[in-house]
Design a protein. Structure first.
Length: 362
């Protein structure tokens, strides 16, 4: 039986292997939120035929890669910064801004609080409420913003709730933040999975507001967490200059550059991913809603949060049940504002989703 301290991240397959004696290759990982299609066949073939690229340094400015990202994200080339995963860019940004008091929408990804703490700042959470389906109450939230806050962090769509803030709502937030001199960091790691990405992404707002930076990566949508390729978008040229000055040279390796230049233009893979996630997300949500065994909250990303309604069953119990059947879900009891009734799982291929649904309903 799991002890309370034993909670696993989606990348902790080696620990699972040690504790349960199950080979990590046998585990279907519903916890990592990674595209179930795996990397694109085109990408696999291209990387295999370009291994010699590691014999040379990449372009220090990453001009070609940044142009590809700019075209993909519908923004200006000058607004793009690349990094060794979005994690590096989060760290660099917070080191530069050094917020004394940050507000974070929670429950959410723990790395934000960690980086703020390492920079000497304090994190205050604005809780997304269960009675609102973990969706933001915009008017109430705006009322909590004031001049004591230096930084606002919003994961959009949010992990683990899968709820999202619309672009129009974000515009209103930015207006208020501008009044109080608050910088806004928006993590759009999961935005490509949204049913209507244009209604959610804040990228167009970077043309009009200089108090926003948007972070994205390739780990989830493009199924390449090991590539460590992330990027940021901001219209604040002073911030871009500061990040470029502080960032180590050649932070992106040559193969990641080649991969990035291909993946952002791989329209077939992008369409296939969105079609799969859209259909399976809707199906799983409907099945769980109808079951009456869970409360599920309308998902915007490629994963969903569920609350166990049956007495006597905790998130640890469901985690154990699933892992014994070689499926890994996320026990959400360590997230702020969630307890031992909440689990999170991502959308995989139909046959895998069927297995998980059967397990959860058991």
């Amino acid at each position: 039986m799991l002890k309370h301290k034993d909670h696993f991240h989606g990348s902790d397959l080696e620990k699972i292997e040690q504790i349960y004696g199950i080979r990590k290759e046998e585990i279907t990982n519903f916890s990592a939120n990674v595209n179930p299609l795996g990397i694109s066949p085109n990408l696999k073939q291209t990387l295999a035929s370009h291994l010699d690229a590691i014999t040379t340094y990449p372009d220090r400015e990453y001009a070609s890669l940044r142009h590809c990202i700019a075209e993909y994200a519908h923004t200006d080339f000058e607004n793009i910064i690349v990094g060794n995963g979005s994690t590096e860019l989060i760290s660099l940004f917070i080191q530069i801004e050094r917020p004394k008091k940050a507000m974070v929408l929670g429950p959410t990804y723990s790395e934000y609080e960690r980086e703020i703490f390492l920079g000497g700042g304090a994190t205050h959470y604005y809780p997304l409420k269960e009675e609102n389906g973990f969706c933001l109450d915009l008017l109430d939230f705006i009322g909590h913003l004031n001049e004591s806050i230096d930084l606002l962090v919003i994961c959009n769509p949010n992990n683990p709730t899968s709820s999202s803030v619309s672009r129009e709502e974000m515009r209103r937030i930015l207006d208020v933040c501008k009044q109080y001199d608050i910088f806004v960091m928006v993590d759009e790691t999961y935005v490509e999975f949204a049913e209507d990405m244009d209604a959610v992404t804040s990228v167009p707002l970077t043309h009009y507001y200089n108090n926003i930076i948007i972070l994205r990566g390739t780990s989830k949508f493009f199924a390449s967490p090991g590539l460590r390729l992330g990027y940021a978008i901001t219209g604040n040229r002073d911030l871009i200059k500061s990040i470029n000055t502080r960032q180590n040279p050649w932070t992106i390796n040559s193969l990641a550059v080649i991969a990035g230049e291909l993946m952002f233009s791989d329209q077939g893979y992008i369409r296939e991913t969105r079609k799969l996630i859209s259909a399976e997300r809707a199906r799983m949500y409907r099945v769980l809603q109808d079951s009456k065994k869970f409360a599920v909250y309308e998902p915007s990303a490629n994963f969903m949060l569920a609350k166990i309604l049956k007495d006597g069953i905790r998130s640890q119990d469901l985690f154990e049940r699933a892992i014994r059947e070689r499926m890994m879900i996320r026990d959400c009891s360590t997230f702020p504002f969630l307890d031992q009734k909440f689990v999170r799982f991502c959308v995989m291929k139909p046959e895998d989703n069927d297995r998980l649904l059967e397990c959860l309903m058991g």
